[in-house]
Design a protein around this ligand. Structure first.
Ligand SMILES: [Zn+2]
Length: 194
């Protein structure tokens, strides 16, 4: 059976499109300073995959959840080391490369308007194909032109990554920007009153 996995970009918290690998890394979020797992159940993973990878919604089991979260954590560790200028973590890179080999895929061109649409085709089942697509997305990101603009958000307690799409962008989204501005304002007020 040939299935098609389109590599779709998810909308980030700022509303702009995020590379698939960053959207995947950002499935760990911070809510009021506490880290929260958004891939908490097999159903949550199935819904995330359907929304972000274009994979058809399929039955996801507990072992799949473990495999996708392990890949997500490896992606996070590699992105974190990269943005911090630290050496690449070997075991995590290996895990991404293993996932990458879970399903070969090839681009298929379809004429669309003045140009072409490209979809990725694979002959594997949807779950290994999605796991591989996430690993391929990570390779595309770190080996491509967006890598230089990859950042970790320094918002208070924030655990999100983003791609700096304009020179003054400092935060993953408006929420972190507003919190940081409020914190600066608070410190200024305290300094003035001291
Ligand atoms: Zn943030």
């Amino acid at each position: 059976m040939v299935t098609v996995t389109a590599q779709r970009a998810a909308a980030g918290s700022s509303g702009s499109a995020l590379p698939l690998a960053v959207a995947f890394a950002n499935t760990l979020v911070a809510v009021r300073g506490k880290v929260r797992e958004t891939l908490g159940t097999p159903d949550e993973l199935a819904a995330w995959l359907a929304a972000n990878t274009g994979a058809p919604e399929v039955a996801v089991g507990a072992p799949d959840l473990t495999a996708f979260r392990a890949l997500r954590d490896a992606v996070r560790a590699v992105l974190r080391a990269y943005v911090d200028g630290e050496p690449a973590p070997a075991a995590e890179v290996e895990r991404i490369n293993e996932a990458s080999a879970a399903a070969p895929r090839w681009p298929v061109l379809t004429p669309a308007g003045a140009g072409y649409a490209v979809t990725q085709r694979t002959d594997r089942d949807p779950l290994p194909a999605a796991l591989a697509a996430l690993a391929h997305g990570t390779a595309d990101l770190l080996g491509g032109p967006l890598a230089a603009d990859l950042r970790a958000c320094h918002g208070p307690g924030c655990v999100q990554f983003f791609v700096k799409d304009h020179p003054r962008r400092e935060w993953c989204g408006p929420g972190c920007g507003n919190r940081a501005r409020a914190a600066r304002h608070y410190h200024r007020q305290r300094e003035q009153s001291a």
